[in-house]
Design a protein. Structure first.
Length: 509
């Protein structure tokens, strides 16, 4: 019998539990689910603090969920508990998380917007895996509206073109407009201005007006689909855009109490329903799509998939390809030298694979090296001088699909030290990083330096090389005859770190 998996999500408006099992045939069966309201977002967006009352309420909910999980033989240590990014905005988040750990045994991990995008991509991909929807070749927008933010994924012909986490959440909007006794028209105008101001940066990655497919994910869109859409399959709906627009206009005439009575939803959810549907509707109106696709899934499904898909090589490869596609699109956005980047990627990965047993790093580190190789020169957009410093800045302040903040920190450090005589270990900021980060950065930076040196001329003359180990020498041999003066000069400058980390001299012939 498959072991059940449990996840708990602490969001802006409530705490949600999901228990599922994965069968030997890789099918997921939902065993249990629960949801209880929690005014977390209202506390944080009003005072930047989680009130004592909300803390106590959260503890009681989690104790109740703990008892529920005991029936499935699942302990708090076996449960994944995540909090939405709004939790990070609370000034007292650390003592609150400690209180929850002490009193319930649940250890909370705070997600950022990019991780929420990653989990939603996994959930949507799984939901559409065997469905009659073309997710792989069309230009698509995937939109998820929550209490604290709006997550946007832009896909060009099935590949990630951009991801954005917008501070445009339903609870956030409600709290910002509450003090001014605003009307629905005021709220709509506020939302429209925020979206239109964002549209320019989105269009740089994917022309929104040319989008062929719009996917809207979330409880409020599922509610709309049930009332004015039609089911395509069990967990997939389709809504005509005209019908959705009329539904939104109708809902705006309802009071909160009427929404609770008509739609059988909680008071918390009813308070934010109008804002949520309005955000979706305004985004949809920026496109020319006639139908809205609504997958009935959520971040909790994505968490279950991420916990149980380690053996699914196809899913992992697809997910990693979306990460590198997002990195390549970022390089393209800053007019980087794509041919040089691809040459460096090719040689860096060849070096990594040759030294894999000695490196002692996993496949995720290989992915980080690939992204660093793609983006190491992206800072040239700002200035050629010290472009490595600018590369680190761009990487740390950009949204790259599928990469956490710690991932971007590691990649930024690798890019920062890919050139120049300064060694990472000479920097005070590097010394403050956790040891596991430092070793990963040193090893991957040493490899990137050699790979970058092989294309010093940016002419890709060393795009096809043979690399081998002979004693304490790493031999690199080109398949063609070239003048290697520039490359040998670059290797003499950049090979020192490789030799100190791995113990091999680098010889080019």
């Amino acid at each position: 019998m498959a072991t059940p998996e449990a996840v708990i999500e602490i969001g802006s408006t409530g705490v949600r539990l999901l228990v599922a099992e994965v069968t030997p045939e890789k099918k997921r069966n939902i065993l249990d689910r629960s949801e209880l309201p929690l005014p977390l977002g209202r506390d944080v967006f009003t005072s930047s603090l989680i009130s004592r009352e909300t803390q106590s309420q959260c503890v009681q909910i989690l104790k109740r969920f703990r008892e529920q999980l005991e029936g499935w033989g699942i302990t708090p240590a076996q449960t994944t508990v995540v909090a939405a990014s709004v939790f990070h905005e609370a000034k007292n988040r650390d003592p609150v998380m400690d209180r929850i750990l002490v009193q319930t045994g649940f250890r909370i991990r705070i997600m950022d917007g990019i991780e929420e995008n990653r989990l939603m991509y996994l959930a949507v991909s799984e939901c559409l895996k065997e469905e009659p929807v073309d997710f792989r070749s069309k230009s698509t927008v995937v939109l998820v509206v929550s209490g604290g933010s709006t997550e946007v994924m832009l896909m060009r012909r099935g590949k990630m073109a951009g991801v954005h986490s917008l501070k445009l959440g339903t609870v956030r909007i409600e709290q910002q407009l509450r003090s001014s006794a605003s009307s629905y028209d005021d709220m709509r105008r506020y939302i429209r201005e925020a979206i239109v101001n964002t549209k320019g940066s989105l269009d740089n990655e994917l022309d929104i007006s040319e989008v062929e497919q719009f996917m809207a994910v979330g409880m409020d869109m599922t509610l709309a689909a049930v009332h004015v859409g039609k089911p395509l399959t069990t967990f997939l709906w389709e809504i005509d855009t005209g019908a959705f627009d009329r539904f939104v206009k109708t809902v705006q005439t309802y009071s909160v109490d009427e929404c609770v009575a008509r739609f059988k939803i909680s008071y918390n959810d009813a308070q934010t329903l109008q804002a949520s549907l309005t955000i979706y509707n305004i985004f949809i109106q920026l496109t020319k799509v006639k139908k809205i696709i609504v997958p009935e899934t959520n971040i909790r499904d994505g968490l279950i998939i991420s916990k149980t898909s380690t053996e699914n090589e196809e899913l992992l490869l697809e997910f990693n390809s979306q990460i590198t596609a997002s990195a390549r699109n970022l390089l393209r956005k800053y007019h980087g030298d794509e041919s040089h980047a691809e040459c460096v990627v090719h040689n860096a990965l060849k070096l990594f694979d040759l030294l894999k047993n000695e490196i002692g790093l996993d496949d995720h580190a290989r992915l980080l090296l690939e992204v660093a190789a793609i983006l190491h020169d992206v800072g040239c957009f700002i200035h050629l001088n010290h472009h490595n410093i600018h590369s680190e800045y761009i990487i740390n302040h950009s949204e790259i699909f599928g990469l956490s903040e710690s991932d971007r920190t590691i990649i930024g450090q690798i890019a920062k030290y890919h050139r120049g005589k300064q060694q990472p270990q000479d920097s005070e900021s590097f010394a403050l990083l956790p040891r596991v980060y430092r070793m990963t950065i040193l090893k991957l930076c040493a490899i990137l330096r050699v790979a970058d040196a092989l294309d010093r001329s940016h002419s890709q003359e060393f795009s096809s090389v043979q690399i081998s180990l002979n004693g304490d020498v790493l031999n690199i041999k080109s398949e063609y005859r070239h003048n290697t003066v520039l490359e040998n000069l670059a290797l003499s400058e950049k090979g020192e770190l490789f030799e100190s980390v791995f113990g091999y001299k680098v010889a080019l012939s």
